[in-house]
Design a protein around this ligand. Structure first.
Ligand code: 89Y
Length: 341
């Protein structure tokens, strides 16, 4: 069995879960870690039995590029383009966290650079791999609710997200890049591509720089009207973080993905209830369970393409469409107009 060797760039909050996710797959092995603060790289390396740590990414590539199959980039978004370019020039496949980069132009460049270097480029977009979202799509695909005419995809929470990820407070563009990248991708995964969008944004929490509320109304190419809402300013009786709730209406019925992974499918015959709980690996943080669990399936899907056994869903090329929606949503909010794609 071939073992796929990889380096991790960035050993912050998310990396421990990403590595735990990789450790659920038997044919991968982390070889070297880079972090701008070496102590942090060392601490994670000790936890995952990795020998080599660096605070100079070029040195890591010089010493290990020949034995690596891919890099997993988990650094701040501002470094994604640079590190992707360096890895591609060393002939390495690249997996990069969302959002791809701060601008659409830089994201397009990352896709181009990897294409020219003939390496695979993948975005670790994991929300579409969540167990309830997969199940919902399966039910939708069965045709039980007939022709879909409208949908709502919602991520509305009051979770203290800045405690674990304080850098999110400093972003000029916050919720559409952080959560919009995920929920707009879910909209594409479930309903296909959009033909137009309109967006409102707001900043409720005055202690952060960016927006913490965004409402995006999409017209999909197949005619579905899809309302994607996201908020980190929602005080609700039932906190749903980090779940995405979905309601899909068709001419024969409605599918609702509710809190705690319950899917209710209603037709004129009655309501069918399905439970789509995520797999609870030993390492998942219960506060992030459904997201952490989906890391494994996303990694597995990307690795299959690197190994040549299947096509990955979240290639850079595919994710450019999601990235485009994020940036057009900002444009729509700024210009107060409907944007055609
Ligand atoms: O950064 C975000 C993500 O990707 O999932 C949830 C999160 O950690 C906070 O919004």
């Amino acid at each position: 069995m071939k073992i796929y060797k990889f380096a991790v760039l960035g050993t912050g909050f998310w990396s421990g879960y990403q590595l735990a996710g990789w450790s659920e797959l038997e044919n991968v092995q982390p070889i070297a870690f880079y972090n701008r603060t070496l102590d942090k790289a060392r601490a994670l390396a000790d936890q995952f039995n990795v020998e080599h740590v660096y605070d100079d990414v070029d040195e890591l590539f010089e010493n290990h590029a020949a034995e690596l199959d891919f890099v997993d980039i988990i650094t701040d978004v501002g470094t994604h383009e640079l590190f992707t370019t360096k890895a591609a020039l060393h002939g390495l496949n690249v997996i990069c966290q969302k959002p791809m980069s701060p601008t659409l132009e830089a994201s397009e460049n990352m896709v181009k650079v990897c294409k020219e270097a003939n390496v695979g480029f993948y975005v670790h977009e994991n929300f579409r791999f969540q167990a309830p979202i997969r199940k919902l799509r399966e039910i939708l695909g069965s045709g039980v609710i007939g022709k879909v005419f409208k949908a709502n995809v919602a991520f509305c929470s009051g979770f203290p997200v800045f405690d674990n990820q304080p850098f999110l407070k400093e972003l000029d563009e916050f919720i559409l890049t952080d959560i919009g990248s995920h929920v707009l991708d879910i909209a594409r995964y479930l309903f296909g591509e959009a033909e137009s969008l309109f967006c409102h944004t707001a900043r409720v929490n005055q202690e952060i720089r960016g927006e913490d509320v965004a409402n995006v109304l999409l017209r999909m190419r197949n005619g579905i009207s899809c309302y994607v809402e996201m908020s980190y300013a929602t005080i609700a009786e039932n906190e749903t973080f980090p779940q995405t709730l979905v309601r899909v209406e068709g001419d024969l019925g409605t599918i609702e993905l509710l809190q705690n992974f319950e899917i209710r499918t209603t037709t004129r015959m009655g309501t069918m209830v399905t439970n789509a709980e995520p797999l609870m690996y030993s390492w998942v943080d219960p506060a992030y369970a459904v997201v952490h669990s989906s890391i494994v399936d996303c990694n597995r899907n990307i690795l299959a393409e690197i190994a040549g056994t299947a096509q990955a869903e979240t290639t850079g090329m595919d994710n450019l469409e999601t990235t485009r929606l994020v940036h057009l949503a900002y444009q729509s909010a700024r210009e107060k107009k409907v944007i055609s794609l």
